[in-house]
Design a binder for this molecule. Sequence first.
Ligand code: IPE
Ligand code: IPE
Ligand code: MG
Length: 267
Amino acid sequence: MPLIEARNLPNHVGIIMDGNGRWAQLRGHARVEGHREGSRAVRRIVRASRRLGLRALTLYAFSEQNWARPEDEVDALMALLRDFLLSERSEILDNGIRLNAVGNIGKLPGIVRAVLDPLRDDSSASTEMTLTLALSYGGREEIAAAARELASEVKDGRLRPEDVTEDALRRRMPSLRVGDPDLIIRTGGERRISNFLLYGLAYAELHFSDTLWPDFDAVDLYEAIGSYQRRERRFGLVGKPAMPDDKLALPSAPPAAADKSHLRLVG
Ligand code: IPE
Ligand code: IPE
Ligand code: MG
């Protein structure tokens, strides 16, 4: 089992849960079977994240662009979402999880809103972990919505144009209320972002897993977090000075041109 340092956990983890369709196709099943198995993986990963002590988990469940998929697939995804919210309701409330949703929530069908809205309200005072579902979500759409808000505030005289700062924009993005994502995980083997948390991921660490989402389990999550913990985040600053356990240590004075003795392997 990979080792994880309890003190260096990412605060906010975002997951692009990809690969449900391929999981089903590999087994000769309809794509919807992959989504069904995928919702079991959601359950597993929410539990593992809570147990680990993550403060914020954002799951990319349905993108704004996913509406253009075949109608029966969209309908099946909405039904699975409702079933998930119904079956997880008590576990979410009993475990101090605040459930939130970001994206164009107004586009979701009534069968989803009927369970989503009360669960959002009823869990709003929970503080152990914020579970955010990105639903009908697009990173570009979220940036555009924040820009529209700023524009109307300027128009009404509530904000000066010079107050349109990067922070002012960030404060109008619901997905970043829990802070910028520290770690973004994408399952399913593709190395792309597909319109997820675009503004917030400026300095996120990225972890790509070949595991298809329905197969993703707690150990895969620990692996991703372990990989995050082994990295040095710099945020545009200079790196830490070389430590004694670095593979290559250079002496402080520059050596003579042909002298390679300064290349010292340590450890
Ligand atoms: C991710 O799995 C779930 C959603 C996008 C809703 P996909 O359905 O994209 O699965 P693949 O990528 O086709 O395998
Ligand atoms: C990203 O996966 C969206 C979600 C996981 C909800 P997609 O399968 O929609 O992304 P692309 O089409 O591979 O870029
Ligand atoms: Mg996909």
